[in-house]
Each structure stands twice: as structure tokens, then as C-alpha cells.
Design a protein around this ligand. Sequence first.
Ligand SMILES: *[C@@H]1O[C@H](CO)[C@@H](O)[C@H](O)[C@H]1NC(C)=O
Ligand SMILES: *[C@@H]1O[C@H](CO)[C@@H](O)[C@H](O)[C@H]1NC(C)=O
Ligand SMILES: *[C@@H]1O[C@H](CO)[C@@H](O)[C@H](O)[C@H]1NC(C)=O
Length: 495
Amino acid sequence: MVRERNSLFSFRCLSFIIFILSIFSVSLFLSCGHCWGQCYYSPYQILEKKPNQPTIDDLRSYPFAWNHLTFSSSDAPPKLLKIALFVKKWPQRSRAGGLERHALTLHLALAKRGHHLHIFTTNSSSLPNHDPLMTNLHFHLSKPTPAGYLDQASVWEQFQAQNSSGKPFDVVHTESIGLRYTRSRYVANLAVTWHGIAYETIHSDIIQELLRSPQEPPPKALTERAMKVVEEVRFFPNYAHHVATSIHAGDILKRVYMIPEERVHIILNGVDQEVFKPDIFKAREFKQRHGIPEDSKPLVIGLAGRLVKDKGHPLMFEALKQMIAENSTFQESRMRMMILVAGDGPWAARYRDLGSNSVNIKVLGPLEQDELACFYNAIDIFLNPTLRAQGLDHTLLEAMLCGKPVMATRLASIMGSVIVGTEMGYTFSPTVSSLKKAIYEVVDSGRAVLEKKGQVARQRGLQLFTANKMVAAYERLFLCLSSRNNGDDFCRYTY
Ligand SMILES: *[C@@H]1O[C@H](CO)[C@@H](O)[C@H](O)[C@H]1NC(C)=O
Ligand SMILES: *[C@@H]1O[C@H](CO)[C@@H](O)[C@H](O)[C@H]1NC(C)=O
Ligand SMILES: *[C@@H]1O[C@H](CO)[C@@H](O)[C@H](O)[C@H]1NC(C)=O
């Protein structure tokens, strides 16, 4: 009896130990061995591991971000391509939003590398005063539809004319639905880059609905979005190849949109590494010019971009208001934190009002690209409260390349591809309390910690988010797509 009880006891004891051990090993696995405690686990981190084999036989099936690979961008391209680009609007250099900025950075760089670019865009575009020596950059303008889209019949005619004059196009690229699926389905050597798909946007809709005040009318978006996803799942297969700008979007394209994996390629956005880089002199000069106290005190938190609702500014505004009201450390005399806002939009005036009651909020207005680089250098951390779950936000990448830590909303694209751990910044839920908590944590952790995170951010930026990386990856993809039957080995990669 006693023995029986003993063995029963030890059996229970053993299974308890096994249970504890298994929990322990699971948590060990989840933490990926890179940090403990406050660390969170990003399910996409595992996708960054290098495979063991020395070559990739077909890059088209490579499941990770191409940014991890090294394509020598210093050498001349092995072959010059004739590339068609469809983009709704060709932007002015300094005033470009996400999609347009991407189009500009990528295609100007490809033209600089000697490829022949034919850009099909609307004549509402403010046309380029680019280097007139760039004779390999051709614009084909057409009148936009009343809704501002490319008129498909006109651009198709222009495209056909170009395709049959001289050399046919090696590859066709469309930024989002620049070229619609009704025409794209006739083009085999085509890639579309998505800067936001409906499935991702559902997360934004949910957040917006949760933040909506009872006075505001309910948006139609939430109820219509699911049908939009179904519509996209139906028409996306009409595009031969898909480029996802985040790991998360790539996963959705493969899993939810059911596009065969060899037709989905992940190329993360990149930003100009010559413009966005650490520069202490620029930082000092910028601070002097804008009357920001030098060094030690206070900690400068920077916000930049369009100051609109879906970029999370109502949330940020409310958080600041509450913090100023409840916490004396944010009052003038013992100022520990300062908010620097660059950008334009309805919330600029609201921040300005808030700033008139306490000196620690400063609104600078919109900044040109070079000034923006100085701005990033002058701050201690960059905060992006965006509620837009779609695409991959450029401002975070710019701040990281300037060597600054970043904090942003917990959106899958950001957590999976940008702020993948606490080593480079902070993330928060899109609620006022979570945002406040994150800001308090930043202020309490102090400058030394932020500087260290900033260095990690810069390393990650250099590894993944430079324009060079992005351009090299697209060039290789285009070479690979253009070489389908003529025996070139552009789809093969050797580490
Ligand atoms: C665009 O082209 C249409 C017709 O080709 C013309 O009527 C219109 O004025 C043009 N718009 C601009 C801004 O050039
Ligand atoms: C472009 O021209 C080539 C060569 O004539 C042809 O094979 C191809 O189908 C054309 N592309 C389209 C989309 O018409
Ligand atoms: C006031 O701010 C500090 C950080 O500067 C923080 O540690 C503290 O918890 C805040 N107090 C309140 C009441 O939120």
C-alpha cells in the first residue's frame, strides 16, 4: 500500500516535472534565445534564419525576404532590361506618400543602373525635372479617369505600341492596380507590388471602429471589407507574379489569397541610405535652429508624416493630453520629455494648441527630405502611432537608418518585418492606455538605453532597409522573370 502510494506519488511528481519542463522548453523556444522577460515572440522571426544549403535553385520559390540575400549592386547589371511601369501618379521627389515614394526610389535607381524604363502614368503627374541626360527614362502620359485612375484602354494602346517598336518589354511592373487585372492577365512576365491588400486593412477597420466615438457615424468599411477581400482573392490570380512589401503580406497572399508560392516574392521596402544616415552635426544644427535644448534633458520623441486620423494622431493627441494633465514631470519646470512633430494635416493645429499650454510640444510643419533626415537625427526616438495595417511604413525605416530606435503600433507588418524585438524599440496596442504606458517606459528607460537600441535599429536598417537592397532585389527578380526560357541562370542564387 505504502509502496503503491509512493510510486503513485513519484509518478505524479514525474509527470508534474515533465509538464513544467515542457512549458519551460516551449517558452524557451518561443523566446528564440535572444532575450528574456519582457521579450515578446514574433512568429515571423523564424523566417529570417538562413537555410543550410549553399544555393537556392529557384529564387521564385524563396520563402524569405529577398533583402536578406546579397546581390552585388556595385557591378553593372549582367543584362539591360526594357521595363514597363504602370503607376497612377508619378510623384514629386519630396512630397511622395508610400506607394509613390516606392515607385520613385525604385525606378529612378533602375534607370541609373542603365535599364530602359517606360513609365505609363497620368498627365496629372507633376513631371520630372530629372537629369536630362537620363535618356533611358521615358514617360507615356494619358488622361486619368474621372476617379483619377489610369485609363486602361489608353495605357494599353501606348504599351502595345512600345512593345512592338524595337525590342519587346523584358518585364512589366505595376504598382498596385496601376494596370488592372483585365489587362494584366495577358502579360506573363509581369510583377505587381502590393502596398496594402484588403485582408490587412480589416485590422485597421477594427481599430478604427473601436476608437470611434458614439457621435461619429459607423463606417461602411467594416461591413464591406470582407466582400472586398473575396473580390481580391478572385482577381489577384490574374497577375503572374506578386511582390509583398512585408513578410506578413506575403504570408496572406500565399495562405489566404491562395496564390502559388512560386509566384509570391517578398521584397521589403527600402529608403535612400545616402539621405537617411546618422549625422551628429546635422542633429546639433537642427536643434539649435529650432530652439531644442541640447543634450541631457529633455528626451526628444519625434512624430512625422501626414497628421491625420488613420495615422493614429487622435490616439497620440489624447495620450499626450492625459499625460500632461496627470503627470507633473511633463510640465515646464521639470521637463523630461519633448514631442517634436514634423508634418502636415488636421492634427498639426491641435498639437500646436496643446503645445501653447506647455513648452514640450513643438510643431515644425512639413519638411523636405533633407530636413527630415536632420529631424530624425535630432530626436531620441521615433514614434509612429499609425492605425494603417497595410503596406510597410517608410518613416520607421528612415528613422532606423538614422540610428534611432522606433516605437509603433502592434500591426503584423511592423512586428513581423520591422520592430521584431525589444532590442530595436517598443510596440504598443492602439489604445490610449497602452500608448501612454509605452511612452512612460521610454522616458524612464533613459537616453543610454535608447542609444543602444538605436544602434541595433541602424544595423537592422543597413541589413534590410536600404534602397540599394531593395533595388538589387527587384533587379534580380526582373532579370529572373525576363529570362524564363532562354537559359540564363538569373533565378539561381549562390550564397
Ligand atoms: C491631359 O490630357 C488631356 C487630353 O489628352 C488634356 O485635355 C488635359 O488638359 C491634360 N491635362 C494636363 C494636366 O495636362
Ligand atoms: C510584346 O511583344 C512580344 C513580342 O512580339 C510578344 O510575344 C508579347 O506577347 C507582347 N506582349 C503583350 C502583352 O502583348
Ligand atoms: C509620470 O511619468 C514618469 C516617467 O517620467 C512615470 O514613471 C510615472 O509613472 C508617471 N506618473 C503617473 C501618475 O503616470
